[in-house]
Design a protein around this ligand. Structure first.
Ligand code: F3S
Ligand code: FES
Length: 242
């Protein structure tokens, strides 16, 4: 058993003093993740500490937070990988989203951008409803990329990692764009005309500056930047050949 210190940015909207740092010293077992350390703090030391978590296994996407200056899932981050030599780990709420309390952020701007890309499959209305599922035919590489794009768990980590989201609140952001790719690349989808205007707008794909932060931060390993580049390429091709 070891001890680590969690240095946590605390904020309570009912407290006029604003945000402040608070440190908690907790016992850690080998193999513990940051979420377990946080739960120990809340259960044993301070029941007022607020953070989101549910599945504890990298599926629900609810425990995104900034760990030592980089957005990550607390349940997928080993304490041993991020603790400093002195046993310190610094935790903050996700960047680019307003803090509601401690490590809990207001997700509304993220969901607003997501809803702008019409995030559902729009099949051709002229094609009759099939009796069973709609089958998809794609080359293996294209299917692999579409499948990866479908792995998104809405954790908002890419949104917090993107420097352009921080500069331009109108930018759709990496998650909305990777979701747009997921449908645009699907041969069963006929929604391009609906999405075209928002994707091609100044705050759409062209606002991305290919910094790759989103790809690097994504806990599901989705090549987000690549999908955004493919969306750009498709729009350019369309402009040239239309
Ligand atoms: Fe942002 Fe990702 Fe583009 S981090 S600038 S959306 S490559
Ligand atoms: Fe669900 Fe971490 S608690 S992804």
């Amino acid at each position: 058993m070891e001890r680590v210190t969690l240095r946590i940015r605390r904020y309570n909207p009912d407290d006029d003093n604003g945000a402040y740092w608070q440190e908690y010293s907790v016992d850690i077992e080998p193999g513990d993740v940051v979420l377990q350390a946080l739960m120990r703090v809340r259960e044993d030391l301070d029941g007022t500490l607020a953070f989101r978590a549910s599945c504890r296994s990298g599926i629900c996407g609810s425990d995104g937070m900034v760990i030592n200056g980089w957005p990550r899932l607390a349940c997928k981050t080993q304490v041993s990988d991020v603790a400093s030599k002195s046993g310190m780990i610094q935790l903050e709420p996700l960047y680019n989203l307003a803090c509601l309390k401690d490590l809990v952020v207001d997700q509304e701007p993220f969901w607003t951008q997501f809803s702008r890309i019409t995030p559902w499959l729009m099949p051709d209305p002229a094609v009759p409803e099939p009796e069973k599922e709609r089958l998809m035919v794609l080359e293996p590489d294209a299917f692999d990329l579409l499948s990866k794009a479908s792995d998104c768990i809405f954790c908002q980590i890419c949104f917090a990692a993107c420097p352009i989201v921080g500069l331009d609140r109108d930018f759709l952001g990496p998650q909305a764009l990777v979701k747009a790719y997921r449908f645009e690349a699907d041969p069963r989808d006929q929604g391009h005309q609906t999405r075209e205007a928002v994707l091609g707008a100044p705050e759409g794909v062209w606002r991305c500056r290919t910094t790759f932060n989103c790809t690097e931060a994504c806990p599901k390993g989705i090549p987000i930047t690549r999908t955004i580049q493919l969306l750009k390429r498709a729009l350019v091709r369309e402009a040239i050949f239309s």
